[in-house]
Design a protein around this ligand. Structure first.
Ligand code: NAD
Length: 319
């Protein structure tokens, strides 16, 4: 199948490219490289370096590649930027998204999968939240994910295609960008391996559901290719397990210490510093992914400790 992945040069998108190739599909990527990198992609995969806000360029790429299915990962993905600049957020995450969905339907793609977010839709939840949890997004980023799902439902209903919104929990793993404000594991890995302390916001008691990037890519592959009975589905993608930032920092530090020792370096990375709490940070965000098991046959396969080990190792090799 010809599968177009927007944001495919980024963290999750590039793992989706790998999953598509491994399953024998033909992927291509649309990405403006604002946070992604061609280094995340095999040279054989066509890369259209396009901003999804540029309708004409997007139309040209869709006409040329003629995707049968589209995985829409490209986004402005900073919650705080969305609060500072709601117009830019809406230009990329709403208008850019409509450009992508409209082009997909114009060229006759039969399936669109969209990267939504459980965390920003459900708010503070102390037990794993199912999909029926009322959506109450409070940031422009969260609002754009909710609106994106509604647009997908509209395109699916009106244009004879199937739409799947995957509501990710906190995704982590190799290739995550450590330079932004999201991606706490990537940021901690880089700092600790370099012998700098991690900064834990507030008391660090912020529970999150961490799901491994290649597992999320497999959920995308299934959502892109499996037969589905309904025109639109929203599915949580997470583990239902909680880890707070203090526990995460400790695990990353353990792995970084082991890597230092393997390299003959003595000592261990420093203890964390505590910074001020970040306004608006949820205390707890965990999703229930049992519907994805029923509808797609998807389950996470990489346990957290194993995923942390692989991630820190990757950052050590790519420092
Ligand atoms: N990482 C997470 O924990 C998480 C959680 C929930 C949802 N998501 C969603 O998953 C998707 C992928 O996130 P990621 O973590 O891989 O981030 P990422 O920054 O690594 O990937 C996003 C990609 O989109 C590209 N992009 C950004 N703006 C673009 C534009 N205007 N035109 C074309 N390309 C553009 C970037 O260059 C990048 O390659 C996003 O939609 C994000 O909102 C991620």
């Amino acid at each position: 199948m010809r599968i177009l992945i927007t944001g495919g040069a980024g963290f999750i998108g590039s793992h989706i490219v790998d999953a598509c190739l491994a399953a024998g599909h033909t992927p291509a990527v649309v990405d403006d490289l604002s946070s992604g990198s061609p280094k995340n992609l095999p040279a054989s995969v066509p890369l259209y370096q396009i901003d999804i806000r540029d309708r004409a360029a997007l139309a040209k790429a869709f006409s040329e590649f003629q995707p049968e299915a589209v995985s829409h990962q490209a986004a402005q993905m900073s919650v705080s930027r969305s609060v500072r600049d709601p117009i830019f957020d809406a230009e990329v995450n709403v208008l850019g998204l409509v450009n992508v969905f409209d082009e997909a339907s114009r060229v006759g793609a039969k399936r669109i999968v969209f990267a939504s977010s459980g965390g920003v839709l459900y708010g503070d939840v102390y037990t794993p939240a199912p999909e029926e949890t009322p959506a109450n997004p409070i940031s422009p980023y969260g609002i754009s994910k909710w609106v994106g799902e509604k647009y997908l439902e509209f395109y699916a209903r009106e244009r004879g295609l199937t739409g799947v919104a995957l509501r990710y929990a906190n995704v982590y793993g190799p290739r995550q960008n450590p330079h932004g404000e999201a991606g706490v594991m990537a940021i901690f890995s880089q700092r600790l391996l370099a012998g700098e302390p991690a900064t834990v916001n507030g008391d660090g008691k912020y529970d999150r559901d961490y799901v491994y990037g290649p597992d999320v890519a497999r959920a995308n592959l299934l959502a892109l290719t499996q037969p589905l009975e309904t025109h639109f589905l929203a599915l949580n993608i997470g583990t239902g397990q909680r880890t707070d930032v203090n526990q995460l920092e400790q695990l990353v530090r353990q792995e970084a210490t082991a890597i230092w020792q393997q390299g003959g370096q003595t000592g261990s990375p420093p203890e964390p510093k505590h910074g001020p709490a970040r306004a608006g940070d949820l205390r707890s965000s965990i999703v229930d992914a049992s519907l994805a098991a029923t509808k797609l046959g998807w389950q996470p396969t990489v346990a957290f400790a194993e995923g942390v080990q692989r991630t820190v190792q990757w950052f050590a090799e790519h420092a």
